[in-house]
Design a protein around this ligand. Structure first.
Ligand SMILES: Cc1cc2nc3c(=O)[nH]c(=O)nc-3n(C[C@H](O)[C@H](O)[C@H](O)COP(=O)(O)OP(=O)(O)OC[C@H]3O[C@@H](n4cnc5c(N)ncnc54)[C@H](O)[C@@H]3O)c2cc1C
Length: 342
């Protein structure tokens, strides 16, 4: 019989579990139900009390590695804490969010426990054993993996499970002692880019995609790149959307052909040779909707597009709603409405 451990960690507030951790908790609860397995949740952070309360309703055994050493993500201390949590839980299946904090240490923890690990898991299912699903070859091939080796570590992709949302309650937490290694890294603080510079926001509900049309000659025979940049940044600021780009737009910067949008990099590129983000909704603007771009929209729930071209790819069944309109005008109006509302 399987014993399931869900590893979780707190967010930057130091007391609440991250959304991705709560998603892993949901996955663990579901899997434990399917296997009538024992569920344990391990919490890593400076303080576990509030975090534990948020998952008390699972009825799981709660373990915590807490203390100042875990206030900041750090390879040596996080690896030691996760190892201690795993040894205390004696789990055969270890689920964890594929966050940067856990992605950095999960492989070494699996190795120290003599286990195996798979990453980018998008779904878990059960027949007699546990099956895990992930995508390969740039999201073209979906595979279902099962393994006999235990403990089996599975890092879950964010956005693939609903975050656990049970009633908060009093929780009994067992403190797990961690033998700290020699610590050579001191975290002095965090430096984050300005809000406007952080255009890739995986947790946003909306993906806003900018296409090359923003930099093309417009009906007045002129290009309006500065205006395009202002409209896009204003929309991102007002809506909190994440910014995606078509390849044609992202490439222009690399080739330096003309002045293009300075806040865009290839990290924003969505598509076959770009990313495949997960958002509830997507709005494409000034983009033709060609197949190599639209394959990157596989995990976008509701798709809308604004294009001048009534024959663009979006109108050929690739979007739910297409506005045949000038995106400069539409986005100026949308921004004004959002501004008025805020
Ligand atoms: C191997 C390979 C891999 C590729 N990988 C990717 C990838 O990962 N991602 C990707 O994006 N592409 C990829 N491509 C390129 C892809 O095929 C398209 O060339 C690219 O997506 C086109 O970008 P675009 O639609 O922004 O530009 P364009 O094709 O230039 O389209 C611009 C659109 O903007 C519209 N427009 C102009 N002005 C306005 C306005 N004022 N209002 C509204 N609409 C307006 C035009 O009507 C036009 O439809 C790949 C191609 C190959 C061969």
């Amino acid at each position: 019989m399987e014993t399931i451990l869900v590893l979780t960690h707190v967010d930057e507030t130091g007391s609440a579990l991250t959304k991705a951790s709560l998603e892993a908790v949901s996955a663990g609860v579901e899997l434990a139900k399917q296997h009538t397995a024992k569920l344990t949740i391990g919490i890593l952070g400076v303080d576990s009390e509030a975090a534990a309360g948020a998952v008390a309703a699972t009825g799981a055994r709660l373990l915590a590695a807490t203390g100042e050493a875990f206030a900041q993500p750090r390879y040596a201390t996080d690896a030691a804490a996760c190892e201690a949590l795993c040894r205390a839980a004696q789990a055969s299946i270890v689920l964890a969010p594929g966050s940067s904090r856990f992605t950095r240490v999960a492989a070494v923890v699996a190795h120290r426990l003599g286990g195996v690990i798979d990453t980018h898991i998008t779904a878990l299912s059960s027949n007699d054993s546990v099956d895990a699903t992930r995508w390969f070859y740039r999201q073209r091939v979906e595979a279902t993996i099962s393994r006999d080796a235990r403990p089996w570590f599975l890092l879950l992709d964010a956005g693939t499970h609903a975050p656990f949302a049970g009633e908060s309650g009093a929780a009994q937490v067992e403190a797990v002692a961690v033998t700290l290694p020699t610590v050579r890294t001191t975290v002095e603080g965090l430096r984050s880019p300005m809000r406007d510079a952080q255009t890739i926001r995986p947790d946003a509900r909306l993906l806003f995609v900018a296409g090359a049309g923003w930099t093309k000659k417009q009906p007045d025979g002129q290009i309006h790149v500065a205006e395009a940049g202002e409209l896009i940044l204003a929309f991102l600021r007002l809506s909190g959307a994440s910014l995606g780009s078509s390849k044609s737009l992202a490439d222009q910067k690399a080739e330096g052909e003309q002045s293009v949008l300075p806040f865009l990099t290839h990290m924003n590129q969505v598509g076959q040779t770009g990313s495949t983000p997960r958002h509830a909704k997507g709005l494409s603007t000034c983009c033709h909707g060609e197949e190599p771009h639209v394959v990157g929209w596989r995990f976008i729930g509701e798709r809308r597009a604004i294009s001048l071209d009534p024959n663009c790819g979006w109108t050929r069944g690739k979007a739910d709603v297409v506005y045949i309109a000038d995106a400069f005008q539409v986005m100026a109006k949308v921004n004004a409405l959002l501004e008025a509302r805020s």
